[in-house]
Design a protein around this ligand. Structure first.
Ligand code: ME8
Length: 642
């Protein structure tokens, strides 16, 4: 059996933000933690691509729905590697295999008699072309169209959710860890005190075509949850694939509280109707807020995870997210608190312990693990603290209490920093009679660092890999076999490298992603400078710095219909984006695919022949000849040109 962890599949009506990144970092961290315990793991994420909202978003962007979903889905896929997130499978609800299995499941539940046809009455907004709930209304009106919705009745298909209510209550009562943390379990149980309504699962194709047709009535498509939740099964090839047999019995889902009801109520009852065992656990977290307001695509107060990773590194972002939020509760995000954690916890506490210890091993022990002499009280205290840390870390990580798990590790980091001060190895090194004591102290520090490194693999994989290499220990660690005191082998070479976390300025970097704010003094000054520049034709360094020039790789190219001049390019920089370039008179599409070019990445998008273009390709012109700009050596797409 293999442990199976999932994130929600995210809607493709907007680009990934930090909220999506948090859930996905959590799932990645847990999968790395389970692997550290020697378990087999499958980690799945993906995108939810059907429904009204997506059609609306594509219409707003004036592109076809298919083009739109392909584009945003690839942005989600590309958002994860820069955060060192490594899913085993990325599922899309537009995958043909997913769609076919959803239809087979619908048929099965229909044949069983758990899906029926009936009238549906709801509040329909003509402007939105969709049903609204009482909660969506402001003063009884649609907040977007300021009109009262019509109460209309249409026929639809319903899933008999109510039939499984008693079973679900019993299941939650008999399995205290089915929904965690406990507050969400209580919320669900209290909701289940009222009778459950059956679930409307369809929409007529006269209103919505971007969905999966019902196999028993082609005039309808499935609506939202009956399509989306089933991804957790189709991603492991339900019903006959070997992954389904291996993974389903150990399935756990991570979500935020916004989608508690579909996961805690709709999904287990759907599984029951399918005669399948429910998932093992549902882990529910709170919201990332900005100034006490939920970060959300509709409010636009979002932070882009890729920009954050680029500015501060994957590990700093991962550490911050996991340390700052208590799993289950809401948390506030600010760049200032991220920089503060990086400087104090990472650069000061961990970084200093590591570099001081390794420098002393280099200077006083010939860059080798020394052989220790007999341990004294302080040494024993440090060793015991390490073992307590491992046990506590194991328990907290298993319970998704990442912040507490990290607290346990930082307790030892701080103890070890004190141990250095009280034992002052630099003093011991002055007296040859103290050589054995010096070696004992250095050995204890190296052992402590080895065990700290072990705990950091799931949280900060890149840092843990650097530490592992510097300490000369195994690159395939296991918490059970390596998590013991005294395994460092005297004589092992130690290679102190560059600092793990160079300090950052207290002030956010200029190009650091910031939630939007009012105009600052600096921006006002820039405006004045811009005016002066226009007059003398020279630009300041500040102005030049505003240009975001990037190396981009062209991965697809096609002629823009009805235009002699334009090519539509898909480029990676590193996310995929569309650029419409005026180069069709000089290049065939096939000629440019695969080339590295330099683009201006932060131009305001403009529409050319109905296609939204996100940037500009730079080229040089000599008479009739046009050559594309490039770099003299291969670099990763997305590298900054400065
Ligand atoms: O609900 N703080 O997709 P979605 C923390 N497609 N997490 C946040 C967050 C925030 N401010 N904002 C979003 C859907 N999230 C459905 C799911 S699953 C079968 C279908 C994260 O794009 C969090 O994981 O609206 C939340 O549950 C999810 O994004 C909602 O993503």
């Amino acid at each position: 059996m293999s442990y199976y962890i999932t994130t929600p599949i995210f809607y493709v009506n907007a680009q990934p933000h930090l909220g999506h990144a948090y859930t996905t970092v959590v799932a990645d961290t847990i999968s790395r933690f389970k692997r550290l315990l020697g378990e087999e793991v499958r980690f799945q994420t993906g995108t939810d691509e059907h429904g009204d909202k997506i059609v609306q978003a594509a219409t707003d962007a004036e592109v076809s729905v298919k083009e739109y979903v392909d584009n945003i889905s690839s942005m989600f896929r590309a958002a994860w590697p820069p955060l060192a997130i490594a899913p085993d499978h990325f599922i899309r609800t537009t995958d043909p295999e997913h769609m076919a299995t959803v239809q087979a499941i619908l048929q099965k539940v229909y044949d069983k008699g758990d899906i029926y046809f009936a009238d549906y009455t709801g509040l329909y907004c003509k402007g939105c072309e969709q049903f609204l709930t009482e909660k969506d209304l402001v003063d009884g009106k649609c907040p977007d169209h300021l009109t009262e919705p019509d109460k209309i009745t249409e026929q639809n298909y319903f899933f008999k959710m109510s039939k499984y209510q008693d079973w679900l209550i019993d299941h939650i009562n008999n399995n205290p860890e089915f929904i965690t943390p406990e507050r969400y379990r209580n919320e669900v149980l209290s909701f289940l005190k009222e009778p459950l309504e059956d679930l409307c699962i369809s929409r007529p194709t006269s209103r919505l075509t971007w969905g999966i047709p019902l196999p028993f009535d082609e005039r309808f498509v499935t609506y939202v949850w009956f399509d989306a939740l089933i991804n957790y099964l189709t991603g492991i090839d339900y019903p006959n694939g070997p992954d389904f047999a291996r993974n389903w019995a150990a399935a756990e889902h991570v979500i935020a509280k916004d989608i508690l009801k579909p996961h805690a109520i709709y999904w287990p009852t759907m599984l029951r109707a399918l005669d399948l065992a429910p998932y093992q656990k549902l882990h529910v977290h709170g919201y990332w807020n900005i100034n006490d307001t939920k970060m959300s695509k509709s409010l636009g107060n979002v932070v882009r995870p890729t920009e954050l990773a680029e500015a501060y590194g994957a590990d700093t972002v991962r550490y911050f997210l996991l340390r700052e939020m208590s799993f289950g509760l809401d948390s506030g995000f600010s760049i200032e608190s991220l920089i503060a954690r990086r400087n104090s916890d990472l650069a000061n506490d961990l970084g200093n312990l590591f570099s001081r210890s390794l420098t002393m091993v280099k200077n006083f022990s010939n860059s080798q693990v020394p052989a220790p002499g007999p341990a004294g009280d302080q040494d024993r205290e440090l060793a015991e603290a390490c073992l307590t840390m491992l046990a506590d870390y194991d328990k907290q990580m298993t319970g998704f209490a990442f912040s507490r798990g990290l607290e346990a590790v930082w307790k030892v980091i701080s103890l070890a920093n004190k141990y250095i001060v009280t034992n002052a190895p630099w003093e011991l090194a002055k007296d040859p009679a103290q050589a054995e004591r010096l070696h004992t102290v250095l050995f204890h520090l190296l052992e402590t660092l080895r065990l700290i490194t072990l705990t950091l693999h799931p949280i900060m994989p890149e840092t843990a890999a650097k530490m592992t290499e510097a300490l000369g220990v195994t690159a395939a660690p296991n918490l059970r076999t390596d998590g013991k005191w005294g395994l460092s082998i005297p004589g092992t070479e130690i290679n102190a490298g560059a600092p793990l976390f160079p300090r950052l300025d207290k002030q956010p970097k200029n190009d650091a992603p910031q939630p939007k704010k009012a105009e600052t003094k600096k921006q006002q000054k820039n405006k004045v400078e811009a005016k002066n520049e226009a007059e003398d034709g020279l630009i300041t360094y500040d102005t030049f710095q505003k240009l975001d020039l990037r190396v981009a790789k062209i991965v697809a190219a096609e002629k823009v219909p009805k235009s002699d001049r334009l090519l539509k390019l898909s480029v990676l920089a590193p996310e995929e984006r569309i650029i419409v370039a005026g180069i069709a008179e000089h290049f065939q599409p096939e000629e440019v695919i695969g080339r590295l070019v330099i683009i201006v990445a932060n131009l305001k998008p403009v529409k050319l022949m109905g296609i939204l273009s996100h940037g500009m390709v730079m080229a040089a012109k000599e008479g009739d000849k046009l050559v594309l700009s490039t770099v003299s050596d291969g670099v990763q797409p997305g590298s900054k040109v400065s």
